[in-house]
Design a protein around this ligand. Structure first.
Ligand SMILES: Nc1ncnc2c1ncn2[C@@H]1O[C@H](COP(=O)(O)OP(=O)(O)O)[C@@H](O)[C@H]1O
Ligand SMILES: [Mg+2]
Length: 411
């Protein structure tokens, strides 16, 4: 039984029906009728004002019927799921109601027990799905409610300086994520002018993010499936345009569309960014659960990391969502870990060693180093990063016999 009562809004054009329902439900401790409305339009207004846990609505009503009300609430107030009531003979409504997003369909006359059971069932279902997370006092930020509950979690690899290892880290991270978890992983190359994920992973694939631009109005999972390349460990890769001059064709709106679609079909999306803080990457950062700020231990690199952290702070990005990753760690740098933390006032999440041999061997083979040298320190560091991003996954030996899902479309 719910600790807080289930807050219900009743929408019906017949006053006596509303009164009867209210009376029926008054015996239930776990259900509270917080409001009533006499037509669909008023129902929407009341739902927007009251944010009920469940809306119980009739189908046939003046001004706006129950189906339209359901459509609107499904779109605008997904936290207020709808139960539709209809009389016998209106069975065609069942299909339309479900298409509109109704969670249950009650045929009148229904018993008190049927009604209460339906309300509790819908509520329990939504609790399970996490719909009501935002209701609790310690509601996590919007980004944190993504991931396992529905849309894929986004991890952005960023640095305001080029050449610090963003692409290398993004590519290896995506592959390690796919290997260590049984998740569906996508890698999106958002370095639109000079993206090099395709070369790094030796992907012979003619399609790229510019194909998303062409398909903008009818992009769906199937079209996306053709556009994405298949990389190591089944990671699906959205490549950058083949020529730098095509980058301008990709607008922030296109990028939004890409993420809306990719997140529907995968659990994790790793983003390799350019060093430019433009609108496109900023909107991706907004939806990201973690932003990995990469820095080297050189003076210019750490200086730029400080500027980057300052920008993220001014964007009101929760510091909890920012992970500082130090790359190319060796004994000869301008800074060490402690000095970096002191200067940046942010803890270092993971240190990735400088390993020119592992990196160039991998480049030469067109494979990520987590595959060519899984036991090297540099690969262990990437797996540590996986563990930081997806804490419930214990780092495991690469190549273990755990069952994995192949591809992101479950084929
Ligand atoms: N940990 C490392 N050890 C050795 N070389 C590295 C390491 N990280 C990056 N590099 C080198 O630095 C170069 C730049 O890395 P890249 O990932 O392309 O940076 P970015 O995407 O930030 O511009 C790569 O060609 C690679 O050879
Ligand atoms: Mg790069």
């Amino acid at each position: 039984m719910a600790e807080q009562p289930i807050r219900l809004l009743i929408v019906d054009d017949i006053q006596s029906t509303r009164d009867n329902l209210r009376k029926l439900l008054s015996f239930e401790d776990d259900i509270e009728v917080v409001g009533t409305a006499g037509d669909g339009k008023e129902g929407v207004e009341e739902a927007q004002r009251l944010h009920p846990d469940i809306v119980l609505t009739d189908v046939n009503m003046p001004l706006m019927d129950g189906i339209q009300l359901t459509e609107q609430l499904t779109q605008d107030l997904p936290g207020s799921p709808v139960i539709i009531m209809s009389v016998q003979g209106e069975r065609d409504y069942l299909r339309r109601a479900m298409q509109a997003g109704a969670r249950e369909f009650l045929i009148k006359p229904f018993s008190h027990d049927e009604l209460v059971a339906a309300i509790r069932r819908v509520y329990a279902m939504e609790v399970k799905k996490g719909t009501f997370l935002t209701r609790t006092a310690e509601a996590p930020p919007a980004a944190a409610t993504s991931g396992r509950f529905g849309l894929g979690e986004v991890f952005v690899v960023f640095s305001a300086k080029g050449g610090v290892g963003k692409s290398i880290i993004a590519a290896n991270l995506a592959v390690a994520l796919a290997r260590e978890t049984d998740a569906r992983v996508a890698l999106v190359d958002l370095d639109l002018q000079f993206g090099d994920i395709g070369v790094m992973l030796n992907l012979n694939h003619s399609r790229s993010i510019t194909d998303v631009v062409d398909a903008q109005d009818h992009l769906d999972a199937e079209i996306l499936d053709d556009i994405l390349a298949v990389g190591p460990a089944g990671v699906r890769v959205l490549l950058a345009p083949v020529k730098p001059e095509l980058a301008d064709l990709v607008t922030p709106d296109h990028v939004r569309t890409v993420f809306a679609e990719v997140r529907k079909v995968c659990d994790f999306v790793v983003v390799d960014a350019s060093s430019h803080l433009g609108e496109a990457i900023l909107q991706v950062m907004e939806i990201a659960s973690k932003i990995l700020v990469v820095t080297g231990l050189t003076i210019p690199s750490v200086k730029n990391a400080r500027l980057t952290l300052g920008v993220l702070e001014s964007l009101n990005i929760d510091p909890e969502r920012v992970l500082l990753v130090v790359n190319r760690v060796d004994g000869y740098s301008d800074f060490n870990k402690e000095a970096t933390e002191q200067y940046l006032r942010v803890p270092v999440a993971v240190q990735i060693p400088h390993d020119p041999k592992a990196v160039s061997d991998a480049w030469n083979q067109g494979k990520p180093f987590v595959e060519t040298q899984p036991e090297a320190e540099i690969s262990r560091a990437i797996r540590e990063l996986v563990f930081r991003l997806v804490p419930q996954e214990q780092p495991a030996v690469v190549g273990g016999d755990r069952k994995r899902r192949r591809g992101i479309f479950g084929r």
